[in-house]
Design a protein around this ligand. Structure first.
Ligand code: FAD
Length: 407
């Protein structure tokens, strides 16, 4: 089978679906190739940060109208300390089951005749004359003027296009993830995402419904073997035990292997790398879906320009990748420091101690993940100077209440 279109998107996760939606609305002939039935489930913290809520709203999908649960900040907890932080300006994130979010995006594709969806596993890019002109799957060959790799953190396309044109993603190790939703037996799931720093385990508890909590744990290989046996038993043995006393599983337990990664370099004449395929923020920041949505918005603008003016293709491609790297840069620096600190129990406790003792700095730190706009002005000095602390503008203070806002 050989298919041809203006745009080929590999991968139907948040990045691929959001891009397909924009292209379909603009009437661009698009092939969306996904290997699994949609919506595909996978291990994720499922917390859409305020930035992601704004990006989703800009796509015409109101987060508040999707089944889920709002959260207003993050609570970090170790064995001995607990620090609760709220997002600035009353911003809210929303815990939404991944399958619910993807189904909402997928449903909106149904009315767009320009988008053709295909099931196939892409195995390699199609390169002609030093330029990516499509991709080869197990069932067929797909050609397009522009190709987007949105096939996730284990992206075959990005890996194939890495050497010799650009460095490979820097994979310095792997971690393991487990996730399962729980019905809490009448308990409220809380108003913040809870992050348990119990190295080697990091537990993320996201409210995904009025009585539902998603428990996602990242850990090392030995920890993963232990968790696979009795996950609920493991959660009950953490300081969050009381929450899970009457809990019942509300979804399948899933496992996951996650490389440590940084923003990838791009290959000129290659594919646009979207979302996790382009590398970027570590799961510990909970920004992956937000950044996937944001990179797909920028990719849409670049692709439109590339299709209008094929001669400017390389410049546009470079501009997209420069934008993507800038977007990820601050988050990459921040998550490297954060991840190293929380990788040991003492590091986690020191971090919590510091957050307790420097609340202004702690509040500044939460702006990195809690802003409605991407963080561009991170300055480590500013974070350390309490007198630089942020104050909400009078207008939004007066407005109060929670808001998701638009990008
Ligand atoms: C433990 C953990 C917790 C996380 N917590 C959060 C959180 O709280 N909030 C948040 O925003 N993000 C979180 N993330 C990150 C988030 O899950 C990802 O960043 C996000 O899913 C990236 O979207 P994507 O579309 O780029 O890739 P993906 O969602 O991975 O989608 C890629 C798609 O490509 C398909 N595909 C892959 N290979 C091929 C192929 N060869 N051919 C065809 N199709 C293919 C896959 O089937 C998949 O559907 C977490 C991640 C982990 C691991």
């Amino acid at each position: 089978m050989e298919r041809e279109a203006e745009v080929l998107i590999v991968g139907g996760g948040p990045a691929g679906l959001a891009l397909a939606l924009r292209l379909g609305r603009a009437g661009r002939r698009t092939l969306l190739v996904e290997r699994a039935p949609l919506p595909r489930d996978k291990v994720c913290g499922e917390g859409l940060m305020p930035m992601g809520c704004a990006a989703l709203a800009a796509l015409g999908v109101e987060p508040a109208q999707l089944p889920g649960h709002d959260f207003h900040g993050i609570e970090y907890r170790g064995r001995h300390r607990r620090v609760a932080l709220d997002f600035p300006q009353g911003a809210a994130g929303r815990g939404i089951r991944r399958t619910v979010l993807l189904a909402a995006l997928h449903a909106r594709l149904a009315g767009l005749p320009a988008v053709t969806q295909l099931r196939d596993i892409i195995v390699a890019p199609l390169v002609e004359g030093g330029r990516v002109v499509g991709a080869r799957g197990l069932r067929g060959v797909y050609r397009a003027a522009v190709v987007a790799a949105a096939d996730g953190v284990h992206s075959r396309l990005a890996a194939a296009l890495g050497p010799p044109l650009g460095p490979l993603p820097i994979a310095r190790g792997v971690r393991y993830g487990v996730r399962q939703h729980f019905e809490l037996g009448g308990r409220p799931p809380g108003e913040r995402v809870r992050v348990g720093l119990f190295a080697p385990h990091h537990v993320y508890l996201t409210p995904t419904g009025p009585g539902e909590l998603l428990a996602t744990t990242m850990t090392d290989a030995a920890g993963f073997r232990a968790l696979r046996g009795d996950y609920l038993g493991f959660l009950r043995a953490t300081p969050y035990g009381a929450l899970f006393e009457a809990a019942r599983p509300a979804s399948r337990r899933l496992g996951w292997v996650h490389p440590l990664f940084e923003a990838r370099d791009h290959a000129p004449g290659g594919a646009l790398l979207l979302g996790d395929a382009g590398g970027g923020a570590d799961p510990c920041l909970g920004l992956g879906i937000s950044l996937a949505l944001l990179t797909s918005a920028r990719a849409f603008a670049s692709m439109s320009a590339m299709l209008e003016q094929p001669l400017a293709r390389l410049d546009e491609e470079r501009a997209f990748h420069e934008h993507r790297r800038r977007l990820f840069r601050h988050y990459g620096r921040f998550d490297t420091v954060f991840r190293r600190l929380i990788s040991t129990r003492s590091g986690g406790e020191i971090l919590l101690w510091a957050l307790q003792h420097w609340p202004d700095t702690a509040q500044q730190l939460l702006r990195i993940v809690g802003e409605r706009q991407p963080w561009r002005t991170l300055s480590w000095c500013a974070l350390a100077m309490p007198w630089m602390r942020w104050r909400p503008p009078a207008a939004s203070r007066a407005a109060g209440g929670k808001q998701h806002g638009r990008a």
